[in-house]
Design a protein around this ligand. Structure first.
Ligand code: NAP
Length: 344
């Protein structure tokens, strides 16, 4: 079965996902698009050489009989409404992060999906499809270094534009670590604290950068994530898990080594889009295959979207208060435990 996809939001990531479906992935085709700016939808189709119907809005696209699954790649505040409409129509939906901009919005989606009776939603947390993180997960699941005690991470961008604000270090940047570390450790967060070291002189006046986020899990693992968005030297993602009997680390991005002028060097990526290209491919291929072969998405769930939103809210509160803020999550409904495990 070929999965017929409708895309809501034909901006940067919408176009990238359309292109990967058409050029690199199997089992799906783009048949419909919509965007608040119809001209941009038209331009996207022309740029990518795709023939698809342009609908006036998300509801019309969702209602189309030849659309089996929806990609939600519009801007964050519009995600919740589109996902709820897709669930109401019983259609599969791949939603870029954030699932919703509030924890309540995520919970409303969780409730709607549970009422529908089976999983329809996958959230675009692609890091768990990165081969480095998959190796880390295998190492932790097989207890190679014993139980994890501490995790040290860094999320560094060379620069950001003027629109990037201090809270976005949490809601746009840290959100990826929030999800992937929850998945890696399989352990809920219980508290968050945010510390601000000396400010980087390259940060614009309105931005507090860098930031250090401390998260604590239910089993007592202490996590430290450095978010630096003016590091200048490149886009660099680091993750090291300290266990009882050793340390496991995310591998460096593969790159040739250069011996020249008395130096041995390797390049560091600059463009974030290149770091997780394979992971984006794998997450969408998994979505397409799992809904067409098993009738259910197996990737990050609406519950994962909810966990990320609650944790992100606590981090934002901690930015303001300077205090350690508690994180209280409702317990995972059986619906998500059994469904996720059955199709992991
Ligand atoms: P973008 O380039 O601004 O694209 C968003 C597109 O959606 C724009 O064409 C925008 O139109 C359109 N749009 C806005 N509201 C809409 C609505 N109500 N209905 C239909 N279309 C609407 O942004 P982007 O970088 O592609 O990001 C899109 C989403 O993907 C964001 O939530 C972002 O956080 C997420 N994202 C995730 C990753 C990841 O690593 N997983 C990476 C990048 C982005 P206008 O331009 O006319 O406003």
């Amino acid at each position: 079965m070929t999965v017929r996809i409708g895309v809501v939001g034909t901006g940067a990531i919408g176009k990238e996902h359309m292109n990967r479906v058409e050029q690199r992935l199997s089992g799906a085709e783009i048949v419909a698009v919509t965007d608040v700016n119809q001209a941009s939808a038209d331009q996207a189709l022309q740029e990518l050489g795709i023939q698809a119907v342009i609908y006036p809005d998300d509801q019309a696209l969702i209602n189309a009989e030849d659309v089996d699954a929806i990609f939600v790649t519009s801007w964050g505040p519009a995600h919740e409404a589109t996902v709820l409409k897709a669930i109401a129509a019983g259609k599969y939906v791949f939603c870029e992060k954030p699932l919703a901009v509030t924890a309540k919005g995520c919970m409303d989606i969780v409730k709607a999906e549970m009422e529908h009776g089976k999983r329809l939603v996958q959230v675009g947390f692609m890091r768990q499809y990165d081969s480095g993180y998959m190796q880390l997960k295998h190492a932790l699941d097989t207890n190679i270094v014993g139980e994890p005690l501490m995790v040290k991470c860094a999320h560094r961008n060379p620069e950001v534009n003027e629109a990037y604000t201090t809270d976005m270090a949490i809601s746009d940047t840290l959100i990826h670590e929030i999800h992937v570390l929850h998945w890696l450790l399989d352990d809920d967060y219980v508290s968050a604290q945010v510390l601000f070291p000396r400010k980087n002189k390259h940060a614009l006046p309105h931005l507090r950068d860098p930031q250090v986020i401390m998260l604590e899990t239910a089993s007592g693992v202490l996590i430290q994530v450095e978010v630096s968005v003016n590091c200048k030297y490149g886009y660099d993602i680091q993750c090291e898990v300290v266990g009882e009997e050793g340390i496991v680390s995310l591998p460096e991005v593969e790159s040739i080594s250069i011996r020249k002028d008395g130096k041995l060097s390797t390049n560091i990526l600059h463009d974030w889009k290149l770091r997780f290209v394979d992971a984006y491919d794998r997450e969408l291929q998994d979505f397409i295959h799992s809904i067409s072969r098993q009738g259910i998405p197996s990737g990050p769930s609406a519950w994962d979207g909810y966990v990320a939103a609650v944790t992100s809210d606590a981090c934002l509160k901690a930015q303001e208060s300077g205090q350690k803020e508690p994180i209280s999550l409702e317990s995972t409904p059986d619906f998500y435990q059994t469904e996720t495990k059955a199709h992991a």
